[in-house]
Ligand binder design. Structure first.
Ligand code: HEM
Length: 287
């Protein structure tokens, strides 16, 4: 019913039925919100009611999904993990601290584009942007970009593509037990492979910290999270005590990679495509 471009189909439905409409997707009730006033009601006024993400098959490949950041259900753990990540990983000072590394990556990409332009070579800008963002994000999170020993980027990409596929069991829950499309099996296999690689990187970080060889490791997310392992954090809610363990750490870092890398790649790709379609705007942009 929603077709190839669901956002357009939903827009047509909203024009007919109004800014807040209720749909049943298989067995799952869904609310579609299509005006900024209604969006404010859902995302601000009643934010906590809608803060949990849907319980989809992809969120829990090894029953660890809810320990992460993105798929945690709203509650004390949700508040805890968001606070840990906001204070320690996503603060303005942290963004500032990583600026030199971003600048260096960008500088080398610009130089390689200049060289290609001078030689009048054709450049696949989407690939170049993808490599730049991946390299920057992986260095920021794991302290390393390219690593010939693993195919982490390939596995993460495969996982994202599996997560994005239509899984019937998300809409008809009892189908989940049969995994007719084989998606849950693939997701679990991939998740395990990603976790195994992260386990190796965690061990190397721990070793580097022990040897106090902090040059390459002292600024990445993994290093910061390792320092928080088993450290209780002050919470307003004293009833609940949470400690980040090794498993949490790996799932949170996987969530971070998913959340940061491919969102940025898609947005930049989109901006470049639109600029190329509108040369008038390129002329207005700063040199
Ligand atoms: C242009 C690039 C980006 C776009 C368009 C984007 C967009 C979004 C959107 C729409 C959400 C969902 C918000 C919600 O459900 O309330 C989100 C969540 C998130 N983003 Fe981004 N994002 C981008 C870049 C980044 C980067 C660079 C990072 C990390 C360094 C990041 C980390 C996260 C995290 C951790 C979440 C989950 C937050 C949560 O569940 O509380 N994002 N992002």
């Amino acid at each position: 019913m929603l077709g190839e471009l669901p956002h357009r189909s939903l827009q047509l439905l909203a024009q007919k039925y109004g800014a807040i409409l209720s749909l049943k997707l298989g067995q799952v009730p869904a609310v579609v919100v299509s005006s900024h006033e209604a969006a404010e009601l859902f995302l601000r006024t009643h934010d906590t009611v809608f803060a949990s993400r849907p319980d989809v098959q992809a969120s829990d490949p090894l029953s660890t999904g809810t320990r992460g950041l993105v798929f945690a259900d709203y509650g004390p753990y949700w508040r805890y993990v968001k606070k840990v990540c906001t204070l320690n990983l996503l603060s303005a000072s942290r963004v500032q601290m990583l600026a030199p590394s971003r600048r260096a990556e960008l500088g080398s990409t610009v130089k390689s584009l200049e060289r290609a332009a001078a030689a009048r070579e054709v450049v696949n800008l989407s690939e170049t942007v993808k490599d730049l963002i991946e390299e920057t994000i992986y260095k920021m999170i794991l302290g390393r970009g390219k690593d010939d020993r693993f195919n982490l980027k390939g596995l993460i990409k495969d996982q994202l593509s599996l997560i994005g596929q239509f899984n019937m069991a998300d809409y008809v829950a009892w189908l989940g037990a049969f995994d007719f499309q084989g998606l849950t099996r693939k997701l679990r296999r991939n998740h395990k492979a990603i976790e195994d690689i992260l386990e190796k990187i965690v061990t190397e970080h721990e070793q580097a910290a022990r040897e106090q060889n902090e040059q390459n490791h002292n600024k990445d997310f993994m290093h910061t999270m390792l320092a928080l392992i088993h450290q209780p954090m002050e919470l307003q809610d004293h009833q609940n005590h949470f400690l980040i363990d090794r498993e949490h750490l790996k799932v949170i870092l996987i969530d971070m990679i998913f959340a940061s890398a491919y969102t940025s790649i898609v947005v930049i790709d989109f901006v470049f495509s639109e600029l190329l379609r509108h040369p008038r705007v390129i002329k207005k942009s700063p040199k």
